[in-house]
Design a protein around this ligand. Structure first.
Ligand SMILES: [Zn+2]
Length: 138
């Protein structure tokens, strides 16, 4: 079910806790909220809908589908570059350093351990959303 977007800087500055299989509903709500905001948003972390859990959803450019990750962690990154990003929870855009290629360790919807490589636009979105999990706003 679609949820309202949190914009409180204090709330968004708190790091999220590890997600568990009890958080599958939260992940579904997050996906529904992303899809409802698809025109202005390409990825979300669950603290943006008021849940401090390490869950992210994003549009995967390769498959054209929404991908959900539980407890994502970047284990390798190469090719730093300067990016300018916006965020549904912010009014302006900000500059930040991102990496061209990243390797991410995460759990899928069945809580199976997975590791995958991403590059370009999709990698940039994932980095932005993992920052949210760590309480970092761009
Ligand atoms: Zn954001």
């Amino acid at each position: 079910m679609q949820q309202p977007i949190t914009t409180s800087p204090t709330f968004l500055a708190q790091p999220s806790e590890p997600a568990t299989p009890d958080d599958l509903d939260c992940a579904q709500n997050l996906k529904d909220t992303l899809e409802a905001n698809a025109e202005q948003c390409v990825g979300m972390a669950s603290n943006m809908i008021g849940e401090h859990k390490r869950i992210i959803v994003f549009n995967d450019e390769l498959t054209g589908r929404v991908m959900t990750m539980f407890n994502p962690e970047i284990v390798e990154k190469t090719g730093p570059y300067e990016a300018e990003e916006g965020c549904l929870s912010l009014e302006s855009t900000r500059k930040t350093t991102r990496f061209e290629t990243i390797r991410v360790h995460y759990q899928d919807k069945r809580f199976k351990e997975r590791t995958a490589n991403f590059s370009g636009w999709t990698a940039q979105i994932i980095q932005h959303e993992i920052d949210h999990c760590n309480g970092v706003l761009i």
